[in-house]
Design a protein around this ligand. Structure first.
Ligand code: ZN
Length: 261
């Protein structure tokens, strides 16, 4: 028996990132997929909301391309919709436009960074406190400006639109260091204290966290007729409990697929 080979690293096929090369393919991959779905037949994210939905996708909690392992401990089984939401959020972080551009400079005018989950009342808070001539920076408002048919938490959000909106947001955030008058308001979900600190360190504003609690946010989501936002609220709270660090260098956005919110 030849020994020593096992410790050799698996060669990385060209163009694959992180641990993508660990992914089992072909028959072995299919058997592994079946086994994992049998082990967790109901969607984990839906279960948190008290929903019973068959799982269809064994999902890497930390994506392989980001260095996650292919062990069962890094697997959660999800339904199609929950998987699409998770993928969309990850895609937004990996688009050509950086979600957390390092080049940002401190704001030259007073800045309030308003954070919180969907339906927390961030926009309302800014509307009530902003004065005429103030600048408000909000990714969703930018997406609506770019594509007037876009409605948050309704129907489809295209990766390309998100990418354009993030670029537009970066432009506006970059302009803050050159402004002379008025106040600035920046609306961002930022579920973790670490991310809120990151924004505060780079933009030198005050952070204002609005979180009326998941139940109240969900009640508002239903009342507004955007029940999909309930998933976003759960995602926010899930992320709030996780580690956070800014993504490294921006990657090129390759998938132009549409995702369902
Ligand atoms: Zn689900």
């Amino acid at each position: 028996m030849i020994t020593g080979f096992q410790s050799n690293p698996v060669p990385k096929p060209k163009g694959e990132q992180g641990n993508e090369h660990l992914r089992k393919r072909g028959r072995a991959g299919m058997a592994q997929r079946k086994r994992r779905l049998q082990a967790e037949p109901l969607c984990r994210h839906c279960a948190v909301q008290g929903l019973t939905t068959p799982s269809t996708v064994p999902d890497h909690i930390i994506p392989l391309k980001d260095g996650g392992t292919d062990d069962d401990t890094n697997i959660q089984c999800l339904c199609e919709q929950c998987h699409a939401i998770k993928t969309a959020i990850e895609a937004a972080q990996g688009t050509g436009a950086s979600n957390h551009p390092d080049w940002l400079r401190p704001s030259a005018i007073p800045l309030t960074i308003v954070c919180g989950p969907p339906c927390a009342g961030k926009t309302t808070y800014v509307e009530q406190n902003a004065k005429p001539g103030d600048i408000t920076i909000d990714l969703d408002a930018l997406a609506r400006k770019i594509d007037p048919s876009y409605r948050q938490w309704e129907g489809m959000l295209e990766g390309a639109l998100l990418n354009s909106a993030i670029r537009a947001r970066n432009e506006l955030l970059g302009s803050l260091s050159r402004l002379k008058r008025g106040n600035a308001w920046f609306i961002v979900s930022a579920p973790t204290q670490a991310e809120r600190n990151w924004w505060q360190d780079h933009l030198c504003g005050n952070t204002h966290l609005i979180d009326p609690g998941a139940d109240e946010c969900k009640r508002r989501a239903i009342q507004r007729g955007t029940p999909n936002a309930v998933k976003g609220i759960d995602e926010w709270h899930r992320r709030a409990r996780q580690q956070w660090q800014p993504k490294g260098k921006a990657q090129t956005f390759t998938e132009q697929g549409r995702v369902v919110w």
